[in-house]
Write a protein that binds this ligand. Structure first.
Ligand SMILES: [Zn+2]
Length: 467
């Protein structure tokens, strides 16, 4: 089965040009003007459209037991939502709790995805405790192609690791050549502040942000960087939300700490006043790190444009209104998370590229290419080149629409971006050469996706040193 995409304007992290793309056996096999193709080749006319490499979300939650309940999406719903929104690969956080066995957890998470996904996927393996068994299990998981870890410095006694466990995880990661991603907040401070606020009768969602202020995130970021510096491991800060944490990360980068930074969609567009809304509305906007003072948004956009923030993910994590209401009497009981998997590309395009805050090449880089490079997927993913997987987004920059829970594919009864306008959306989305989406509708194979087995960072470094 072959496919040709004609007359589109190809936009990558570096280039912009008009050419046809010819695809055979799941990969791009020719790029050029007026390509001659065999009779019977399927044709997509991309006149007036942009063609981006498939976008990659580096941070999603799909199967997630958390705070006594489960996030709402399955691979069947999330992968379709991802594709409709232009995301052709996603990296899910595999998050067994501290009480669970790492290897059993890994197998469980894999079983939730296998044969259920319309797009390709990978995992970051959460290390939520480090005991005698952990090291051998993590070696096995890395050998299986899951070559990045996740640690939580927050969520004490559930996902969180202490400093000793962080040290052991980083030492092992350094040896294996894998990147460690980290949720950077000081668990002890969060726990103390939560107790104090609740004791004062401050129970509403508007108190979530004051319970984990910017300083608490800056401390976590600084401590993670110090541990990276000491161990020589490579790190990646997830969902960085504010200026003080950014400063901590950049200070570390400047002194040579191997550290990359991710921010996530909600922090670019929403602020703490959303969690101050009345009734159930405020509960919808509780995530961690929390939505911040609005002034942080411009800081994040500027840092993204400058490449100081490397990537943009979503931290997609859907809990519905009923689940959010579990925390109506105490903000500490609100399941954390705002869904966004389907909306990341269109919102960052509209409010970044279209509004002039974000160069279009940096947009492609932060939402696709840089992710693939950091996590061992490049040049297979994140690239439009001969030999790369034909994951392509034919994007219509003339589309106008409004985001609503009524029309979304994510399995949730609200949208954190309800009523927000978008100026552009994917017209055609392919996964390894197969058309999966046309104009907002899923039209493809629901089980096309598979687990991406990734290279380790060390191998990437050695290869680039040699070449
Ligand atoms: Zn997360």
């Amino acid at each position: 089965m072959s496919l040709v995409i004609r007359n589109g304007e190809i936009v990558t992290s570096e280039d912009r040009y008009f050419a046809d793309l010819y695809i055979e056996n799941e990969v791009i096999t020719a790029i050029g003007k007026n390509l001659e193709v065999p009779l019977g080749t399927e044709v997509v006319d991309a006149s007036g459209k942009l063609i981006f490499p498939g976008f990659i979300d580096p941070h999603v939650h799909i199967y997630l037991p958390f705070m006594g309940t489960f996030a709402k999406d399955t691979y069947a719903t999330a992968s379709v939502a991802a594709l409709v929104g232009g995301t052709t690969s996603m990296i899910e956080m595999c998050c067994p709790s501290r009480q669970e066995d790492a290897l059993e957890g890994y197998r469980l998470w894999k079983s939730k995805a296998e044969g259920q996904s319309a797009c390709d996927y990978a995992f970051h393996m959460a290390v939520t405790r480090f005991d005698e068994q952990t090291e051998g299990q993590l070696r096995e998981i890395v050998a299986d192609g899951t070559t990045s870890f996740k640690i939580f410095l927050s969520y004490k006694n559930f996902f969180g690791v202490d400093d000793g466990e962080m040290y052991q995880t980083l030492k092992l990661a350094r040896e294996l050549g894998v990147t460690v991603t980290a949720h950077c907040e000081n668990a002890e401070l969060v726990s103390r502040l939560q107790q104090e606020l609740l004791a004062q009768g401050k129970t509403g969602p508007e108190w979530h942000e004051p319970s984990r202020p910017e300083t608490v995130e800056a401390e976590g970021t600084t401590r993670f960087a110090t541990f990276l510096e000491t161990t020589g491991a490579t790190g990646y800060v997830v969902h960085l939300s504010c200026a003080p944490a950014l400063k901590a990360a950049l200070d570390a980068k400047k002194r040579g700490v191997k550290l990359s930074v991710e921010s996530v969609l909600p922090h670019f567009l929403l602020d703490r006043t959303y969690a101050e809304r009345d009734g159930v509305e405020g509960l919808k906007y509780v995530m961690s790190p929390p939505l911040r003072e609005k002034a942080n948004q411009q800081v994040l956009w500027d840092a993204l444009q400058a490449g100081e923030i490397d990537t943009v993910g979503t931290d997609h994590c859907p809990f519905d209104v009923k689940q959010k209401l579990m925390g109506k009497d105490a903000f500490t009981q609100i399941p954390n998370g705002i869904p966004g998997l389907e909306d990341r590309v269109n919102l960052m395009y509209t409010y970044g590229v279209k509004r002039g805050s974000l160069d279009i090449h940096r947009f492609v880089d932060a939402l696709s290419t840089r992710v693939s490079k950091l996590f061992g997927l490049y040049p297979r993913k994140g690239s439009i080149a001969v030999g790369s997987d034909a994951d392509l987004v034919v994007y219509d920059p003339e589309y106008r629409g409004v985001i609503s829970a009524k029309t979304q594919h994510m399995n949730n009864d609200y949208s954190g971006f309800e009523g927000v306008s978008i100026e552009g959306r994917p017209s055609v989305v392919t996964v390894r050469g197969k058309i999966q989406v046309r104009d907002g509708a899923f039209v493809g194979e629901r089980t096309r996706g598979y687990l991406l087995r990734r290279a380790v960072q060390k191998a990437v470094t050695e290869a680039s040193d040699a070449g």
